[in-house]
Ligand binder design. Structure first.
Ligand SMILES: [Zn+2]
Length: 333
């Protein structure tokens, strides 16, 4: 119902999104771009192909002025008055397609992007648990026979539809992630062999090369936990460890993007985070929204199975609707 109302409102949004967009900055978020089927991502992210990605970029470039990290800092601190509203392109998770597919396009178009990475997965030392879940969901689809034990783990009857089993696997959270390693054996998936063969993540050398090319490599926590589920101490440990890693390697240590979501992250974390004066700001991904923590900027997820143009219209309509009822700012305890 909510989606239907927003879609109807979005249809009335002007085509001149550069004008109607409600904030003076636009922060699109991607993970991957590929023309291929990527089993470790496809069940968890609806990534775009190169044509869709280029269309998004062209639409954004028409309506906004792309900036780099320096430009973003100057703009948000009031030292730079652009002709158009600005856009800062961001990627999360440090997947190899950022280097292989996205940056050649970005270099051709002269667009900067920053990728927020998890040091635990760099050099393919490990794989994020969501990617593991995606690989397992893929095996459920493709394996001829499934060990009944796999169903038992989720207390499912082994007669249920495979889609139900997939759904259960995809719902496993960070705290339950060890379960995925046990399931892998039963589903004959070898995460290590997959990592070795396909190298889903960028290497330290790749990140250094991207930095030399002028792209940003910044923090997405050590190994992608959901911050809302962690204690303040745990939140700071994973954040500080990543900050030190970035600094050591000459990467962009001035920002931090929350893994998953900043939902239910309270003010005490931000107070603690910004005690480190070298951190300029943080990023969430709640779409077009304001945040009561002024240094926390919300980004727009662009991998929702729609064109960038549709997403920006829908986000604009939704923001205006929320503004009517004073719900367009995230409040924190
Ligand atoms: Zn992420």
């Amino acid at each position: 119902m909510k989606d239907r109302i927003i879609n109807v409102l979005a249809a009335f949004e002007s085509d001149n999104i550069g004008k109607s967009f409600p904030l003076d900055y636009c922060l699109p978020l991607y993970h991957s771009v590929s023309d291929r089927e990527l089993p470790h991502i496809k069940h968890v992210i609806r990534y775009k192909n190169t044509k869709q990605f280029e269309e998004d970029l062209d639409h954004l470039a028409k309506n906004f002025q792309f900036v780099d990290w320096q430009g973003f800092k100057e703009f948000t601190s009031g030292n730079f008055k652009p002709k158009k509203k600005i856009a800062l392109l961001t990627f999360d998770d440090g997947f190899r397609e950022f280097y292989d597919v996205a940056t050649p396009i970005l270099e051709r178009k002269g667009i900067y992007a920053c990728n927020f990475v998890n040091p635990a997965f760099i050099d393919n030392k490990d794989m994020m648990f969501r990617c593991k879940a995606s690989l397992l969901a893929d095996a459920v689809e493709k394996n001829k026979i499934i060990d009944p034990e796999v169903y038992h783990v989720f207390s499912l009857d082994n007669q249920v539809d495979r889609g139900v089993l997939q759904k259960n696997i995809l719902q496993v959270n960070y705290q339950g992630k060890d379960m995925l390693d046990q399931l892998a054996e039963k589903l004959e998936v070898d995460f290590k062999a997959y990592s070795k063969e396909f190298k889903p993540y960028l290497s330290t050398e790749d990140l250094k090369e991207l930095t030399r090319k002028g792209f940003g490599i910044s923090s997405h926590s050590w190994d992608h936990p959901k911050y809302g589920d962690l204690s303040l101490k745990e939140q700071m440990e994973t954040t500080d460890k990543t900050f030190a890693y970035l600094k050591e390697n000459g990467f962009l240590y001035e920002s931090f993007a929350f893994p998953f979501t900043d939902f239910e992250v309270q003010r005490d974390f931000f107070d603690e985070l910004f005690k480190n004066e070298e951190i300029y700001c943080s990023f969430g991904c709640a779409g077009v929204k304001l945040d009561s923590v002024k240094k926390n900027f919300q980004r727009i997820p662009m991998e929702m199975g729609e064109s960038g143009e549709q997403i920006l219209k829908r986000e604009t309509a939704y923001f205006k609707l929320k503004r009517l009822i004073n719900k367009n700012t995230i409040l924190r305890k």
